[in-house]
Design a protein around this ligand. Structure first.
Ligand code: PGA
Length: 251
């Protein structure tokens, strides 16, 4: 039985005061949760804050990006070892905003995934298609290429130590959620593709859905048998909404 995970992706939002308020409400609101994992992925400067704030709580934390390199002359980059200094459990890799706005291609994303794994972090690998690609019937091809680049570099076995997130780009930040069936179909496709190489890993792999998950649609999305939780953007910044989504994953 796969445990559900709800991970908040704060993106470039937050502030010391605001975070304190949001985190205390999240911690208090999710006390009863025992069947799902809740996590927040915060901007780098706040890792120290979440580390001290969350270390004795049931909430996990992580970052939103990672360098593919261990160390060196890479101005502005942050390594896996640095994330370990703040006891991060998760790191988002290959989010569509990084792919689109910062030119991360499948090969770079695969290297970042490997850097995270090598350091003992759990990478949350994001895959997903644009609206044009979906309408052209290319969802499966695009997602396969994104997945295969990672599997070719690290092998299918290590997916056991990672999380996938299917995030159709047309649903991110648009308020236009994939229907539960659309999301379920994509998740089944991903799981089958991995199962063709290793059925055990595929059966155990957590596959999250991301893209306008809100308090009012989380229950129906999480009711789908292959959706193992969510990667939450906008709603992760609103304590009540994020708590409701975590509760939906717990049921
Ligand atoms: P959203 O973002 O929930 O605001 O659509 C999801 C994501 O980008 O991970």
């Amino acid at each position: 039985m796969r445990k559900r995970l709800v991970a908040g992706n704060w993106k470039m939002h937050g502030g010391i005061e605001q975070n304190r308020d949001l985190l205390s409400k999240i911690v208090a609101g999710t006390m009863e949760i025992d069947k799902a994992t809740c996590a927040v992925c915060v901007p780098y400067p706040y890792l120290s804050q979440v580390h001290s704030f969350l270390k004795d709580t049931h909430i996990s934390w992580g970052a939103q990006n990672i360098s593919q390199y261990d160390k060196g002359a890479y101005t502005g980059e942050v390594s896996a070892m640095m994330l370990n200094d703040f006891s991060c459990r998760y790191v988002i890799v290959g989010h569509s905003e990084r792919r689109t706005l910062y030119g991360e291609d499948n090969c770079t994303v695969a290297r970042k995934f490997k850097a995270a794994l090598d350091a003992g972090l759990v990478p949350i690998l994001c895959v997903g298609e644009t609206l044009d690609q979906r309408e052209a019937g290319l969802m499966e091809q695009v997602v396969s290429e994104q997945l295969d680049a990672v599997i070719e570099l690290v092998g299918v076995e290590v997916l056991a130590d990672s999380v996938l997130a299917y995030e159709p780009i047309w649903a991110i930040g648009t308020g236009k959620t994939a229907t539960p069936q659309q999301a379920q179909d994509a998740h089944i496709f991903i799981r089958k593709r991995i199962a063709s190489q290793n059925p055990t890993i595929a059966a155990e792999l957590q596959i999250l859905y991301g893209g306008s998950v809100k308090a009012n649609n989380a229950v129906e999305l999480f009711a789908m048998s292959d959706i193992d939780g969510g990667l939450i953007g906008g709603a992760a910044l609103l304590a009540d909404d994020f708590v409701s989504i975590c509760m939906a994953a717990n049921n």
